[in-house]
Design a protein around this ligand. Structure first.
Ligand code: NAP
Length: 316
């Protein structure tokens, strides 16, 4: 049996990401002890029923006591509150990380509250589904996915290497990046697609000339794939929008300009412009499949995928 990478890992938040980490740590023996904390009695009781940890606490400060790795798995808007809560109880030399979908804001919220002697290394696994809560997790979530770490200046090289090895043991490939660059990249590859999905599903819901039953009945013609993204957790995505505001607004402005150009091409019957764009975008899809980031199975591999994952992973 291999040695656990960490003696005691505290998971603060036990939804999709926290419970997936619990499963993979257990399956691959990455932690001597897994301590679970969440704010509600209901979720904590469910985590206990599922056997996700070795100890359970409503008090996040109690949970991090003596932990050599602390992973925040809460919505990004809760980062500051949790950092303030756990700060006095953190062990010297502990690594504190998170899994939040935005990074600049998490650094700004957490860094001022963490004591000297603790290694703060923000992170973001690029793996997810539209499900949430402690029942949603599974050990393979991070397999063959990227995990981006955004170390702050003067990050201890040894701590960074330990956290990198941890994510690699979870099945991911680790890349390091500046937090602001992370936020810009994720704005286009994840945040904007979700916002567009929320918007198009909302528009369809508001239409008067087309009934709701028709939208549902004929959804396989394209709409259905948007509904999967638009079913993602409202709290998480509210926080992503509020905490990556500048990058999202910049990408939305670019998107609106390009949409206006597309609108013109349709209005003026510019078939060449339409054909060129659709050919270019088809090439991007091919590159994604070639890079192993999605399947080329018909129907996006919907029928082969894990049922509770709703037909595949989302990009966040
Ligand atoms: P989730 O399934 O909804 O679970 C959220 C967890 O955070 C629960 O334990 C919840 O506690 C707790 N929580 C919620 N609001 C809180 C607050 N205000 N203060 C303290 N705790 C709070 O969420 P998730 O999908 O695992 O996402 C967790 C983090 O991972 C987010 O930052 C998200 O951006 C990031 N992420 C998500 C995905 C994805 O696809 N879902 C992918 C990559 C990264 P209670 O249930 O006890 O209220």
């Amino acid at each position: 049996m291999s040695q656990p990478q960490f003696t005691r890992v505290a998971l603060i938040g036990i939804g999709l990401i926290g419970s997936s980490l619990a499963h993979v740590m257990r399956a691959r023996r990455l932690a001597g002890e897994i301590v679970v904390s969440t704010r509600s009695e209901h979720t904590l009781a469910r985590a206990q029923e599922l056997g996700l940890g070795d100890r359970y606490h409503l008090d996040a400060a109690e949970a991090v006591t003596g932990a050599d790795l602390v992973i925040l798995c809460v919505p990004v808007g809760a980062s500051e509150q949790v950092a303030k809560w756990i700060a006095p109880a953190l062990a010297p030399g502990a690594i504190v990380t998170d899994v939040g979908s935005t990074k600049g804001s998490v650094v700004a919220q957490m860094a001022p509250h963490l004591p000297d002697g603790v290694h703060f290394i923000p992170g973001h696994p690029i793996a997810g589904t539209e499900e949430s809560g402690p029942d949603a997790g599974f050990a393979e979530l991070f397999e063959d996915r990227w995990c981006i770490l955004t170390p702050v200046p003067d990050t201890d090289a040894e701590a960074l290497a330990r956290l990198t090895a941890f994510w690699e043991a979870c099945g991911s490939t680790v890349e390091t990046m500046d937090p602001d660059h992370h936020d810009l990249v994720l704005a286009i590859v994840s945040h904007l697609p979700h916002i567009i999905a929320y918007n198009i599903v909302g528009t369809a819901d508001d239409l008067e000339a087309v009934t709701k039953s028709e939208v549902i009945k004929y959804s396989a013609s394209g709409f259905r794939d948007f509904t999967r993204l638009a079913a993602s957790d409202p709290t998480m995505w509210r926080d992503v929008c509020l905490h990556n505001k500048d990058a999202i607004l910049e990408m939305l402005a670019r998107f609106s300009e390009d949409l206006a150009a597309l609108q013109r091409a349709i209005r003026w019957g510019d078939g060449e412009a339409l054909f060129d764009l659709f050919t270019r975008t088809r090439g991007i899809r091919r590159s994604i499949v070639e890079a192993g980031q999605d399947t080329d199975a018909p129907d996006f591999g919907r029928h082969a995928a894990r049922p509770s994952a709703g037909g595949g992973q989302t990009s966040d």
